[in-house]
Design a protein around this ligand. Sequence first.
Ligand code: ZN
Length: 577
Amino acid sequence: MKKIQLILLMSLGAGIAACSSEEAPQDAAVVESTEPASAAVLEPAGGNTTAEQASKEIAGDYMRGIVVEISDDRYEGRGPGSRGDDAARAYLAERMEELGLEPGGEDGSWEQPFDLVGVNASQPDEWTFEGHGNSMTLKQWDQFIVGSGVQETRSEISDAEVVFVGYGIQAPEYEWDDYKDVDLEGKVLLMMNNDPDWDPELFGGDTRLWYGRWDYKYLSAARQGAAGAIIIHTSPSAGYPFQVVQTSWTGVQFELPAGDEPRSQVNSWVTEDTARDLVAMAGLDLDELREAAYNRDFKPVPLGVTTSLGMDVDVTRVKSANILGLIHGSDPELKDEVVVYTAHHDHLGIGTPNEDGDVIYNGAMDNATGVAQVMAIAKAIKALPKAPRRSILINLVGAEEQGLLGSEYYAANPTFAPGKIAANLNYDGGNIWGHTHDVTFVGLGKSTVDEIVTLIAGEQGRVVKPDQFADKGYFYRSDQFSFAKIGVPAMYLDTGTDFVDRPPEWGREQQNHYTEVNYHQPTDEYSPSWTFDGMVDDALLGYWTGLAIANADEKPTWVPGDEFEAARIEALKALEE
Ligand SMILES: [Zn+2]
C-alpha cells in the first residue's frame, strides 16, 4: 500500500469517511494514512449515497447540454445587458432551481443585479501626432484602437504631449517607480505592456502580475492625472495577437458606474510598428527606450510630440446580474461560512463580422464550458445525502469579459462577509480535447488550497502543474482575482497540457491554436467533435476540493507573504468588529 498524505475529510456526515489512521490527531488538517486515499476518503459514513456515488452526477452529457444551449446563436453571444444575456440568465436560474439549489440573491431572488454603463466611443478613422516639424497620421483598426476613459458623451485630449513611461508601474514592494515624481498631468503616456520578467526576484519573474495587465496600466496613468494612455501591443507582452485588441476594444465597453477613482480621457492601444514610428518622430529608437525601461533608474522620456483627439461617446445604462444558487451547510457552527464556485456566463455578444460574415461571438469554450462544469459540480453536491458542513454558493457571474465586472460587484457587495468565504474555485474555459496526465492550477503556490488539489489530483492519477502560460497573467484575468483582492484564497483550474495517448507537444499546440484562431472570435463555437472527458476530470477535481474545504475544521490560508495575505487578515479582523 502506498503511504500518502491524506487531507482530512473527516467528521463530514456528508458521506465521506475520515481516514482510519489511529494516531492521526482529530483536528489536524493533514494526516498520515497507510490506506489509499480513495478508500479512506470515499468510505461511506452513512446514508445510502456516498460522495463517490454523488460524484457520478458529474457527467459529460449534462455539461454538453448546457454548452450547446447557451452557446447557440439564439443567445447572441450573451453580451451583458442584451436579450441573449437575459435569456441565458433565465435559463441558468431555471437549471439551478431544477437541481434544488436555493436562490442566493436578496429576497429569494436567483439574481444579484448590477448596473453597467455602456461606453461606446466613436472610433475616429485617423489619429494625428505632430512634432519636430513632422506629422504622422495613424489609421484606426490597423494601427490603433481607442476607447473612452470617461463615462461622458465626449472624451477629448487637446495638444497633449506624449511621454514614454516604460512599464508605467509604481510598485513600492519592488522599489520600482517608472514615474519618478515627474509631472504627467495632462500628458499622454506611451507605455509598455506586461511587467519586468527577466529576474525571478522582480514581479514574479516571467509570471505576469497585475502590474502587467492593461487594467492596471490605465489606472496607473489616470492616477498620474494623465489625459490619455497608449499601450504598445506586442503579442508576447499582451499574451494575444492584436486582433484580440481589435475585437475586444471596439463596440460597447461596459463598466461599473464610475465612483471617485481617477480617470483619463482616452485609453488606447497601438501596434508595435506604430509605436516605433511614433518615437522615431522624436529621433528616438523604441528598442533603446525599452532597454532603458528595463532599469529601476529609468525616467519618463517626453517625445516632444503632441496630439489631439476628440470622440463622441454613446453612453448607455443596462443591467446584468450574477446568478446565485445556494446549498446551505449542515454544520450549525460553520454554515454561515461558504465555498464559492464561480464561472462567468457572459461573453462578447454581437460584434465585428469575421471573414465569413459571422457576427455572433458565441463564447462556447469561453465560458459556456466553465458554467457547465460548475453546474455539474452543483448537481453532484446536491446529490449528497447530507450537505457539506459549510455552505456552497454557485455564483455564475456576469460581465467578466468587460473586466471582471460581475465578480467585482459581488466582491464589493458579497452575500457572505469576505472573512466568511473559505475559498473561491473558479472555472473559465474547459478542456475540450480529452483526458490529461496533468491539470493546470493557475495560482499554484499561493495558498493551502494547493495541498488539497494536489492530493485529489494524485488520486485521479494526475499531477498538478502551475500555470503553463504564466507570462499571460491568467490569475489576474478571470473572476478569482476579484475574490483574491478581498482576501479569499482562490483556485482557478485550467486545462492540462499533457494529453493521454498524445505526443508531448500536442496539448500546447491545441491551446495555442485556440488562442490564435478562436479566442474572443466568432469561431469560438461548439463542435460535436468536442470531448467532455477532460472536463469531467477537472470538475471532479473541483468537486472533491470544494468538499474538502467545506468540511475541514479550518479555512485555507494564503502562503505567508503572498500579495493577498494582507487583505485576508483585514477581512478576518472585520469579523471581530
Ligand atoms: Zn472567460
